[in-house]
Design a protein around this ligand. Structure first.
Ligand SMILES: *Cc1c(COP(=O)(O)O)cnc(C)c1O
Length: 404
């Protein structure tokens, strides 16, 4: 185990601070390290593994397609891409979809579409288009995307940045209204801020934003890379507010935990600003990705994962909220997307994660204070029950250590 850590440290860039565990196998909700220890995955690779590890139907789709045809580029049509895009559009209420690989690429795609739409449809003067995002956002790591970040570390040392970007407080629809100008192309927002610590906006926020955007001819673009595909108990988190956004970004779980697969979906008048040569990706929409993405959408429906997430999530959240511990500041979430905020004076979230790891639970802190619980949506009530017991025990141990 030490050798693997040392080798990554020696030859890799140090842009992550992983927990000291070396994983070698995954099946369903479980992961195993190189010493044969088993862990419950309460992290799901930031929701990329919502179907669990090695889901048999997804692995079968991957295998079959790999043997048939994997990558040909978009220089040609394939018999896989159309069915994937059609299913994604039908399920999300969108008219067109553009396939990319990572979430950040799909966000960039959305921003390019919004800008070109602003010039060619809305009539904004050349190079004046603005995109509004929220403080505390996380949309990825490209230079344009970190230019919108309010997180100092994400930007520090990476300028100069492109212009036409501004941020407003999250959860404040009046701030959106005030920030919009005649040059505003789009408002880019996460329905629940994941990386910022599972931050829920006030009820009705998204619906109010949708109304403001509609009145001002501004595109509402929902980044559901993390909240989408049943994570919050509905297919899309936007559905809690009965909002169909003008643009929608999906990723992470869309690849079934096997491949990077992302989509930017939108109304046709937005997507149709793209003409051949405007945008693209060598791997985006390849037959392997399309086959796995389509099967992921089908599994989501066939296994009723949105309902699982809603029911188990509500119960799990209520149980966590009942824990009385001086370490806990707040527990919040929706569906199986839960953040447990630790009182900074008492402990760090990382210390809690380390302690949970010793008890066979893998999670990861977000910022210094929030422990994230986002297990595969295929998890059972018994498995969650066990996780709860470990959380209670961990908090008890840490309280005892504090008292001593
Ligand atoms: C993870 C994430 C992204 C970026 O996805 P990558 O695949 O890491 O590029 C974008 N938006 C949100 C909301 C995310 O959680």
């Amino acid at each position: 185990m030490k050798d693997h850590i040392a080798m990554e440290q020696r030859y890799g860039a140090h842009n992550y601070a992983p927990l000291p565990v070396v994983l070698t196998r995954g099946e369903g909700v479980y992961l195993w390290d190189t010493e044969g220890r088993r862990y419950l995955d309460m992290m799901s690779a930031y929701s990329a593994v919502s179907f669990g590890h090695g889901h048999p139907r997804l692995v079968a789709a991957l295998h079959a397609q790999a043997e048939q045809l994997a990558v040909v580029s978009r220089a040609f049509y394939t018999d896989r891409l159309g069915p994937f895009l059609a299913r994604a559009c039908q399920m999300t209420g969108q008219e067109r979809a553009l396939p990319m690989n990572t979430g950040a690429e799909a966000v960039e795609t959305a921003m390019k579409a919004a800008r070109k739409w602003a010039y060619s449809v809305k009539g904004v003067q050349p190079n004046q288009a603005e995109i509004i995002a929220c403080d505390g956002n996380f949309h990825g790591r490209t230079i344009t995307i970190v230019a919108m970040s309010s997180e100092e570390q994400y930007r520090d040392g990476f300028g100069p940045f492109p212009g036409g970007l501004k941020t407003i407080p999250f959860g404040d629809s009046a701030a959106l209204k005030a920030a919009i100008t005649e040059n505003t192309a789009a408002f880019l927002v996460e329905p629940i801020q994941g990386e910022n610590g599972i931050i829920l906006p006030p009820d009705g926020y998204l619906a109010e934003c949708a109304r403001i955007c509609c009145e001002n001819n501004v595109l509402l673009i929902a980044d559901e890379v993390q909240t989408g595909l049943a994570r919050t108990g509905r297919l899309l988190a936007c559905q809690h507010d009965e909002v169909i956004p003008d643009g929608l970004i999906l990723g992470k779980a869309l690849g079934g935990g096997l491949l990077p697969v992302s989509l930017f979906l939108s109304r046709s008048d937005v997507m149709d600003v793209f003409t051949p040569g405007d945008h693209g990706s060598t791997f985006g929409g390849n037959p392997l990705a399309a086959a796995v993405g389509l099967e992921a959408l089908n599994v989501l429906v066939d296994e009723g994962l949105a309902d699982c997430s809603a029911e188990l999530g509500a119960w799990f959240l209520a149980e966590l909220q009942q824990i009385e511990s001086p370490l806990i500041q707040e527990v919040r979430g929706r569906g199986l997307f839960v953040g447990m905020e630790i009182k900074p004076a008492k402990a760090t979230a990382r210390a809690v994660c380390k302690q949970l790891m010793a008890r066979g639970i893998l999670s990861k802190e977000t910022h210094d204070t929030v422990v994230r619980f986002a297990p595969p949506l295929t998890i059972s009530r018994e498995q969650l029950e066990w996780a709860l017991e470990q959380v209670r025990e961990t908090l008890r141990e840490m309280e005892a250590a504090l008292a001593a």
